[in-house]
Write a protein that binds this ligand. Structure first.
Ligand SMILES: Nc1nc2c(ncn2[C@@H]2O[C@H](COP(=O)(O)OP(=O)(O)OP(=O)(O)O)[C@@H](O)[C@H]2O)c(=O)[nH]1
Ligand SMILES: [Mg+2]
Length: 480
């Protein structure tokens, strides 16, 4: 094979509606591929490049399903070709019927195979094996191309024995591979098997495994940085505004408080979108698909979320008192000067989750501020300046962190074939922060305390340090 053709190409074939497009979506990390319960969704053979930084690692060809394999096989058998003439006979079939209105799907799906693609034959393992697929299997055998069978939807396991027994004689490998559930590791294992399928592709596919592994690791690092930035941005966020001499009335005050909380929600949304894009989940982020996003069913500031995520009251006391002792300050200073926390945090520890949640209402508010320059100028401007925030609840950063960790997990392990499924209730998962070792929680507490103490300082070192810590948390979770 010449150099440009050395890119491995796999044609994904099988009967209609068996999950061919789904398998391609997951392997190519492309959630824009049309997948539907309606048979005959894919009408034309379509090539998808699996590429990183412009380098094509391998190609996958989606194809329409076999419609009349029995007839195509009968036509080919008419000339009773010898074994070595069989691939040429398949080519004759395509030459004869291409462009006609007969055996349309068969011609379309066989063309890429005749051009040199290896074959991935997809069956649906959730249905019983039926003898009538054997015409398809026989046609694929006649092509003489390297071939592997993938049993999709194999989870129930009920019919797997029959499928494996029937396919083993015609395929060098028969694997269970669930388009909706396949993890990154399973995808890599499949690529490693592809290497065995075709000797000339060993090199390129080995490289593909290596590049994809690096990429997956890079995504984790980038996600850690995004999450660190989100947490620091969230705990330091403020709004400043001016009002007339009479100040803000109750309605204005309520409005600006609402705006403050909306800003924090928006920070979280933006960070999530960034992580989703890193993992090539594009569809989840479009407006039209908003109902299908794997969103937290519950709002960032809902009581349910604050009960199930973030640290427990006792853990908070432990984290902040140690952070305070070692930083040479008091708990009060560390939570950003909100004096009511000094005693109430301890009270909350005794009172439990609800007491802790109730602190939330007092965790931020509107304060009048006067900038130094204004004071110096002593202008008589009939204006007053106000600042809202930052949010000072000691659990706020841990709730934000927890939600970001759970969201990252859902995205990192989500198969791209699942581009139309319902929302996940991520907040029903146990809090990752509560499971962290005490030492890690305390290091987090110290970094967060530093961010809160001087919100206007250059936080780049702090962000890097926090990202490093979050990255180690993500890697540890990834190992499991
Ligand atoms: N639960 C589950 N459903 C799956 C899985 N793979 C595919 N499906 C569903 O099966 C249906 C058919 O999937 P497609 O990927 O469109 O199948 P196809 O073989 O490309 O179909 P055609 O293009 O019509 O030949 C869709 O509703 C998928 O969501 C799987 O692993 N698990
Ligand atoms: Mg399809």
């Amino acid at each position: 094979m010449t150099a440009p053709e050395s890119v491995p190409v796999f044609a994904v074939v099988g009967r209609v509606n068996r999950g061919k497009s789904s398998i391609i979506a997951t392997l190519a990390e492309d959630d824009s591929i049309a997948i539907s319960p309606l048979p005959g969704t894919t009408r034309r053979a379509t090539t998808y490049d699996v590429a990183l930084d412009g380098e094509v690692l391998f190609r996958l060809v989606d194809t329409p399903g076999f419609e009349d394999a029995a007839r195509a096989l009968a036509w080919m058998q008419r000339s009773q070709p010898s074994a070595e003439r069989r691939p040429a006979r398949v080519a004759e079939l395509v030459q004869t019927f291409a462009g006609s209105d007969e055996l349309v799907e068969e011609c379309e799906l066989l063309a890429p195979v005749l051009q040199g693609a290896a074959i991935l034959y997809v069956v649906d393992g959730s249905t019983p094996f039926r003898e009538n697929i054997m015409a398809e299997v026989e046609i694929l055998r006649w092509t003489g191309r390297p071939r592997m069978a993938l049993i999709n939807r194999s989870a129930s396991g009920e019919h797997l024995g029959d499928w494996h027994a029937a396919l083993a004689p015609a395929f060098s490998t028969v694997r269970n591979f669930d388009a909706h559930a396949a993890s990154f590791r399973e995808r890599l294992q499949l690529l490693a098997l592809f290497r065995e399928l075709c000797e000339p592709w060993r090199g390129p596919l080995g490289r593909a495994v290596e590049r994809l592994t690096q990429e997956q690791s890079r995504r984790l690092g980038e996600s850690a940085l995004a999450i660190a930035n989100l947490v620091v941005d969230a705990v330091t966020h403020t709004i400043e505004l001016q009002a007339g001499e009479s100040g803000l009335d109750a309605a204005e005050q309520k409005h600006v408080e609402q705006r403050f909380l909306d800003d924090l929600r928006e920070l979280e949304q933006r960070s999530r979108r960034y992580v989703e894009r890193l993992y090539r989940h594009q569809r989840l982020t479009t407006e039209s698909a908003s109902l299908e996003r794997p969103v937290f069913a519950r709002d960032l500031f809902s009581e349910r979320v604050w009960h199930s995520l973030g640290l427990s009251a006792r853990q908070l006391v432990a984290v902040y008192s140690v952070a305070g002792a070692t930083a040479g300050g008091t708990v009060d200073a560390l939570v950003g000067g909100a004096s009511f926390f000094t005693g109430t945090l301890l009270g909350a520890a005794v009172g439990g989750a609800t007491a802790l949640w109730q602190l939330g209402a007092r965790a931020f508010g509107v304060t009048a501020v006067e900038t130094l320059s204004e004071r110096l100028r002593k202008t008589a401007a009939p204006q007053r300046r106000y600042r809202i925030g930052p949010h000072q609840h000691p659990n706020f950063p841990f709730v934000v962190l927890d939600r970001a960790l759970l969201h990252h997990q859902a995205i990192r392990y989500r198969a791209h074939a699942r581009n139309t499924s319902a929302a996940l209730e991520l907040d029903a998962a146990p809090s990752p922060a509560r499971e962290l070792p005490l030492g890690v929680r305390q290091r987090l507490g110290k970094l967060l305390a530093r961010a809160r103490k001087s919100p206007n300082a250059d936080t780049s070192d702090l962000r890097r340090e926090l990202a490093g810590l979050i990255e180690s948390i993500l890697r540890e979770r990834d190992e499991r």
